[in-house]
Design a protein around this ligand. Structure first.
Ligand SMILES: [Zn+2]
Length: 323
């Protein structure tokens, strides 16, 4: 019952997103860069080869990838919104069985459909991801069977996937997944090609690490970028744009703290209710930074009116405690 309710909600969400996208196209509310390839609504997903038997699969909100080698398939992530369609997508291009599954990180929305794949396959993840999943005890997210600390290579037939952990960013255990032959880099929930980050910088647990991840990504040799979200594949330019956005966000937020007079704000709220005093001041700083950022970024990235203020909030919060 619970599961079918969740499925219905996800379906409605996807349907809603498609409707919004169509409506937005009419009213020019989203920039061109936010749109991805059309997805056949009857199928609900799209699968396409990037290069040399490396495929991406998307439902227009989530994306994952899989690599076909001579005896099987290595899947990377298993988002529940794609769910059963993941198996259909793989079956469209190969009859070979899935033998390996890589978890980018521990979050359910990216790996919660892992149970789709045959029992007994090798599940590879960072050791921190395994530690988190052991605590979660979630049957939808089986415990990894192979973990690593810094690097791990999956070499099968003539295919290679390089997994590397560069430290905490979005969450501990979130890894960089590189297919050197295909020049593809996958990093989930950090860069959102064509869009501002999801709420609160994609729910970044470590904002300095989140920012650093951009430079680490750009050090890789890649042409195609798979972000886990949103509508399309990314490229180096998308990573550069995201880096410019978060760099600007940090500077703008820093300046905003200097533009709002704390004592003046506190005199308005009074000093007795400490939370109100602080929060009112903080809200004013966030408002100033959001207005500045909107002036500079409106029309360049999608989702500004939805998540820009939350992204600013997360940066202001991080500036208060991390930097
Ligand atoms: Zn995540």
């Amino acid at each position: 019952m619970k599961r079918s309710l969740l499925k219905n909600l996800l379906f409605l969400l996807l349907l809603g997103i498609n409707c919004i996208a169509v409506g937005a196209q009419d009213t020019q509310q989203l920039p061109e860069t936010s749109y991805g390839p059309a997805i056949d609504p009857a199928k609900g997903y799209l699968v396409a080869e990037i290069d040399e038997r490396l495929y991406w699969v998307t439902d227009g909100l989530y994306n994952a990838m899989f690599l076909v080698y001579d005896e099987g398939v290595i899947a990377v992530d298993a988002p529940p919104t794609i769910g059963q369609n993941y198996l259909k997508a793989i079956a469209e291009v190969t009859e070979k069985p899935v033998t390996h599954l890589v978890y980018s990180h521990s979050h359910t929305d990216h790996i919660g459909a892992a149970g789709l794949f045959p029992k007994g396959i090798e599940i590879v993840a960072h050791e921190d991801t395994k530690a988190i999943l052991e605590r979660r005890k979630d049957p939808r997210r089986p415990i990894p069977t192979k973990v690593f600390e810094k690097n791990h290579e999956i070499v099968l037939g003539d295919q290679l996937l390089r997994l590397t952990y560069h430290g905490k960013n979005h969450i501990e255990g979130n890894i960089f997944i590189h297919a050197p032959k295909q020049k593809v880099l996958m990093l989930v929930d950090v860069i959102f090609p064509g869009w501002v980050p999801f709420k609160n910088l994609g729910i970044a647990e470590d904002v300095p690490g989140y920012m650093e991840a951009h430079d680490i990504a750009l050090d890789y040799d890649f042409e195609t970028f798979i972000a886990g979200h949103v509508t399309r594949l990314g490229n180096r330019a998308d990573v550069e744009v995201s880096k410019a956005f978060v760099t600007d966000l940090k500077e703008t937020a820093q300046q905003a703290f200097g533009k709002v007079d704390f004592m003046k704000s506190a005199q308005e709220t009074g000093f007795e209710d400490k939370w109100k005093m602080y929060n009112t001041y903080f809200e004013k700083v966030v408002d100033v930074a959001t207005a500045e950022m909107k002036k500079k970024w409106d029309g360049k990235l999608g989702g500004i009116d939805t998540y820009l203020r939350d992204d600013v909030w997360a940066m202001c919060e991080s500036l208060s405690v991390d930097f």
